[in-house]
Design a protein around this ligand. Structure first.
Ligand code: NAG
Ligand code: NAG
Ligand code: NAG
Ligand code: NAG
Ligand code: NAG
Ligand code: NAG
Length: 703
């Protein structure tokens, strides 16, 4: 064969034919095209593109996206939400991105009628205002009246008792005062650590007939005391009619009366109240004096906890109906590894106008898409595929993201590198991050490169560390945004970032563009900061030759978790299995980090290096999946992650290892030895999960 190579030699050197010249030209053109469009991937280039990404930030694009997104309310499953869907889709399409809309059919819930009347002992009947201040007609504004999605329809009539935050300890305190809420309507102050659904669930267990929830927020940031907080009270996540599988058009759907569906909904009606309406009830209550710490706010008119003096008639009528929801995706195909996915996600649906929740995040997402497209015009293409995800029906219980994750479970399990979530991007001042621990180092690195929006000089990282003492990355055990299906069901490393924590117009009619520019981010520089961190995280995860996932941080965090756990246990539960498995994970993490370093230093032919790199990266990507357990968390089997996930006992202070947390809570109902055995078993399960992660990181079979 080698002689073939020498054959054309003389003809080319002596008299170049026009054909060869033509071919040569073509090759030059192709090379030139590649040089312009696919510049060699190296560290210097990567830094240039990151720099270009940061310097292409603008506040006016984000501001204009937010203005458009919030021009009208866009509750999931309603007609106006289609316009918002169209706006996001068109934005992606106009950038020239490959865009897809993926619909699902899910059971959503809307209000028809609600009323509360107060019946005083002296015969006076007072109808309680349920509207928000200054909003006479919800219909004409396209707004939905305040309600709790999936509350059953019905009337509850009875005495009223104030139960503080509605936690078990609050009911115990009431018991101490001789107050039993059975047959009563309870009124709850939102706060503490309990979700809306948990508050209703506990009240129902205590025998209450109905629940009223009001929020007491700091009104100095916008005098919106009359806002009322909407929200879902459904248990679990995803469409209740397709639990564990995707709710596609012609797919299987459970009957509405199926017990598996019914157990997702509370058995008693509930409604949200404004702070002011709540005070009308609280100031009328008889019964024992309220404890001092329940009355701490200067604005609260609470003095007695009830019951007595006044009865309530709480009436709610709602409808549950199948609605079509739409997730929108834009895809930038990876050049070298198109089958590895980095996902940036945010939900689009809002209870009202959604300026903070969630469209501050949507505006940031759309701006990252704009800026990534700019990089592409300058020759950038990611190594791995980047997917922008705009979810629908998050507010009803993470429905859009959950159905999609269920639909794509195998491909996500095999190919998803990380899921980067942003929900309420800007709520106020101060940077906050939650993540799985292998992403900590990357978050620190990236926040050192993005400018702090609230000071003249310095990076987010500087302020973050000085304000909080240490930069504190929280973990993702809560089920309060779209990372839940990715992490807790599919085992994909996840991040959730935001500016500010808690905002007074949360889920009210006042979460509007005006509130944003008056109280949260007048010039949109906090939005720019979130987009900067989010987009840079995406660039690193999509482009870094070795995935920036550091499992030493995970091992350290698990060691801390183990130490915390030991303070919850008596001596007869052994944590040795846990300690041993964490040690294994730490060794594997160290080895994989060393391997990565030496891989970068050695000389390999290009394709050999690419394969070695790919094998190493697969170990880094798959290690998180080890924490998943086929059998899931007992009683809530859909949640399969044994390190981070929801615990069923809301009182437990153990906010990781949900299976162990539950076993500790349950053990008090068992004999001492049975209780210890149950806890020990859950501990073993976690130890085995950590061993699976370590083995995935090692990447070798035990043979
Ligand atoms: C009945 O009691 C309520 C609450 O104390 C009071 O506001 C109302 O004026 C009373 N009505 C009559 C007729 O006395
Ligand atoms: C409260 O009253 C109900 C109904 O009378 C009763 O079944 C329940 O045991 C009581 N709860 C407590 C804690 O006393
Ligand atoms: C309410 O918010 C203002 C401004 O952010 C702050 O100065 C004040 O301390 C807050 N008050 C409470 C009770 O948190
Ligand atoms: C409670 O209020 C509803 C709605 O106003 C009304 O239809 C119902 O008759 C009332 N129930 C009682 C027992 O007064
Ligand atoms: C962008 O920032 C500049 C400087 O802070 C400010 O003057 C301008 O009003 C901002 N634009 C928008 C749309 O907020
Ligand atoms: C621990 O187990 C031993 C042997 O089963 C038993 O004798 C001892 O009482 C247990 N201690 C506690 C604190 O349960």
């Amino acid at each position: 064969m080698s002689q073939n190579l020498t054959k054309p030699n003389n003809s080319f050197s002596s008299k170049p034919s026009p054909l060869y010249a033509f071919l040569f030209l073509i090759i030059l053109c192709i090379l030139g095209f590649y040089a312009v469009h696919y510049p060699p991937r190296n560290a210097k280039n990567a830094r240039l593109f990151q720099q270009m990404f940061l310097s292409s930030a603008t506040n006016y694009t984000i501001s204009s996206y937010l203005r458009s997104l919030t021009s009208h309310p866009h509750l999931a499953g309603t007609k106006p939400s289609l316009e918002t869907t169209h706006y996001v889709k068109t934005h992606f399409e106009n950038l020239g991105l490959e865009t897809h809309t993926v619909p699902f059919k899910a059971l959503l819930s809307y209000p028809l009628h609600a009323s509360i009347s107060m019946h005083f002992n002296n015969g006076t009947v007072l109808s309680l205002p349920l509207n928000e201040m200054g909003i006479a007609s919800y219909a004409s504004l396209g707004l939905i009246q305040p309600y709790h999605a999936y509350s059953p329809s019905g009337t509850a009539q009875g005495d009223v008792v104030f139960v503080n935050y509605g936690g078990e300890d609050d009911y115990r305190a009431l018991g101490g005062m001789g107050v039993n809420v059975s047959g009563c309507i309870v009124i709850v102050k939102k706060g503490g650590s309990l979700s809306r659904g948990a508050v209703v669930e506990i009240a129902e267990k205590k025998g209450a007939l109905g629940v009223l929830i009001y929020a007491e927020r700091n009104v100095s940031r916008g005098s919106f005391g009359f806002g009322v907080e909407r929200g879902t009270v459904m248990k679990g996540v995803g469409d209740p009619l397709s639990p564990g599988w995707a709710g596609v058009e012609d797919g299987e759907r459970l009957d509405l009366e199926d017990y598996k569906v019914l157990k997702r909904f509370p058995g008693i009606p509930s409604l949200p109240l404004s702070f002011e309406s709540a005070q009308l009830i609280l100031e009328s209550l008889g019964g024992p004096l309220a404890p001092q710490q329940w009355r701490y706010s200067g604005r609260s008119k609470l003095s007695r906890v009830g019951p007595g003096q006044v009865m309530l008639n709480l009436t709610y009528q709602g409808e549950k109906r199948l609605a079509t929801i739409h997730n929108v995706f834009a895809v930038i195909r990876g050049l070298e590894e198109p089958d590895r996915y980095v996902l940036l996600g945010n939900h689009r649906d809002a209870w009202t106008y959604g300026a903070v929740d969630p469209n501050s995040g949507t505006a940031a997402l759309l701006d990252i898409a704009r800026r990534y497209t700019l990089l592409m015009r300058n020759g950038w293409n990611p190594r791995r595929t980047i997917i922008f995800c705009s979810w629908d029906a998050e507010e009803f219980g993470m429905i859009g993201s959950t159905e999609w994750v269920e639909q794509n479970l195998v491909n996500l399990g095999a190919k998803a590198v990380a899921y980067l979530n942003v929900d309420c991007a800007v709520q106020g001042p101060g940077f906050f991050a939650r993540a799985t621990p292998q992403l900590d180092s990357l978050i620190f690195e990236v926040t050192k490169k993005v400018k702090d929006p609230d000071s003249e000089v310095g990076a987010i990282y500087d302020k973050w560390t000085t304000v909080n003492g240490v930069s504190n990355i929280e973990r993702l055990s809560e089920v309060d945004s779209d990372f839940a299906p990715f992490l807790q069901h599919a085992g994909v490393p996840s991040v959730d970032i935001y500016y500010g924590r808690d905002f007074p117009v949360y889920h009210t009619a006042f979460d509007s563009f005006n509130w944003m520019i008056n109280y949260a981010d007048p010039f949109f520089w906090r939005h720019v900061a979130v987009a900067g961190v989010w987009g840079l995280l995406g660039l690193h995860l999509a482009d870094d030759p070795v995935l920036p996932l550091n499992y030493l941080s995970y091992a350290e965090q698990l060691m801390e978790h183990k130490d915390t756990l030991s303070s919850f246990l008596d001596a007869n539960v052994s944590l040795t299995p846990l300690a041993t498995s964490i040690q294994e994970l730490a060794s594997a993490a160290k080895r994989v980090n060393d391997e990565a370093k030496s891989l970068m230093e050695q000389e390999f032919p290009g394709d050999v290096l690419a394969l070695k790199m790919r094998a190493l990266n697969d170990r880094l990507m798959l290690a998180e999946r080890g924490f998943l357990d086929r059998d899931g968390i007992k009683g809530r089997e859909w949640f399969r992650h044994l390190i981070y996930g929801p615990r069923s006992n809301h009182e437990s202070k153990l906010v990781f290892f949900p299976g162990i947390s539950d076993a500790i809570a349950e053990s008090v109902k068992m004999s001492k030895s049975d209780g210890q055995a149950a806890i020990q078993h859950e501990t073993w399960r976690v130890a085995r999960a950590i061993q699976r992660a370590a083995a995935a990181l090692e990447g070798e079979l035990t043979c």
